[in-house]
Write a protein that binds this ligand. Structure first.
Ligand code: PMP
Length: 352
């Protein structure tokens, strides 16, 4: 830290993204990217848009907001776009958090929420998950605090039923309830329809996972019009051009190509189930994942050792060091071929 760095950031520990190694070619099962390319419609639209890069993009993001609104069955005024869903999450923390209105979220969840709180100087509380890694929703009802829930949760992949999300929104009428649905397309059910009934509910989604566009950086939130206005106030105060032209065009191409989206997500779900069955056969314990990853531990090898051995064999998975989860690895679902190699490598490691 230089001597010029503001003391207000003294306690800031930045988020650590998953490794993006450059030393050799790995089978990358560590950052929950899609193993499939984006829709050809998305690629074609981005290529066509490249010619217009001298011009700023539309700060209202009208065309893509309309496409997303049509897909989500809401109005365009219920949608705001962001540079990856990380950005809209940050805008939400900035818009609604302060000393009087802290945030609460589970102790085991997406590791960026507490960083957003710290960087924005917002108090927060991390509420322990139950022993089986599910959320006790009673802990979040009527607490007078803003709530953030990833559903399915990360890194467990556990999906909570929508009646629990509805209970959260209902029991916290004077607070914001945020549902981060980064992984909802792999077997969950979206809370977007509930945003029509609950004016305090914000649903966040991303194009990074089920639409194979992590590198394009595109996320969005759906909520009541007044909340979207708040978020646009923040957006226009930071970066009105937060979505670049090529990403905006690619996003429209991707969301219109429903057939391609369906095919890929079904393939990933099927591969997840097949991989889970193979891991069970080898004695692994897993949370019931509805995401594009598995969260697994073995009683034959420590989480850290398995991570290291897989790495030596050219396979990257994500290992966390937190006390309750250090025996687990989070394994992104790749192509059927990649997962076959993964399963065979685990077998070989366990045998040695
Ligand atoms: N929410 C969750 C739960 C995530 O795991 C991620 C991906 N790391 C994000 C949000 C952010 O994804 P992106 O910024 O790529 O949309």
């Amino acid at each position: 830290m230089s001597r010029f760095f503001s003391t207000k950031h003294e306690k800031l520990i930045p988020y650590t993204p998953g490794e993006q190694p450059k030393d050799m070619k790995y089978i990358k099962l560590n950052t929950n990217e899609s193993p499939y390319p984006p829709s050809p419609e998305a690629v074609k639209a981005a290529e066509n848009e490249a010619n217009l890069l001298r011009l700023y993009p539309d700060p209202e993001c009208s065309a893509l907001c309309e496409d997303i609104a049509a897909y989500c069955k809401v109005e365009k005024e219920n949608v705001v776009l962001s540079n990856g869903s990380d950005e809209i999450l940050n805008f939400i923390f900035m818009a609604y958090g302060d000393n009087e209105t802290p945030f609460i979220f589970p102790d085991i969840t997406y590791g960026f929420y507490n960083v957003f709180c710290t960087v924005n100087n917002i108090p927060y509380e991390e509420i322990p998950l139950k022993d089986d890694f599910t959320i006790d929703f009673n802990d979040y009802c009527g607490k007078g605090k803003n709530v953030v829930i990833a559903n399915p949760n990360a890194p467990t992949g556990i999906f909570a039923p929508l009646c629990e999300i509805e209970r959260l929104a209902q029991s916290n009428p004077d607070n914001i309830v945020v549902v981060d649905e980064a992984y909802v397309d792999f077997g969950g059910e979206s809370a977007i329809p509930l945003t029509k009934k609950y004016k305090n509910l914000i649903v966040v989604q991303t194009f990074s996972k089920s639409r194979s566009m992590a590198g394009a950086r595109l996320g969005f939130a759906v909520a009541d019009k007044e909340l979207i206005k708040d978020l646009n106030t923040i957006r226009f105060s930071i970066n009105p051009y937060n979505i670049n032209r090529m990403t905006m065009a690619a996003g429209s191409g991707a969301i219109r190509d429903n057939e391609y989206f369906e095919k890929n997500r079904q393939e990933i779900i099927a591969t997840r189930e097949k991989t889970a069955a193979a891991l069970y056969m080898m004695g692994f314990t897993m949370t019931p994942s509805k995401a594009n990853f598995l969260f697994a531990k073995s009683d034959k090898i420590s989480g850290e050792e398995l991570y290291k051995k897989l790495r030596e064999n050219g396979i990257l998975v994500r290992h966390f060091t937190g006390k309750r989860i250090c025996e687990y690895n989070r394994i992104t679902i790749g192509t059927p071929k990649e997962m076959e190699i993964f399963v065979n490598t685990v077998k070989k490691i366990l045998k040695d």
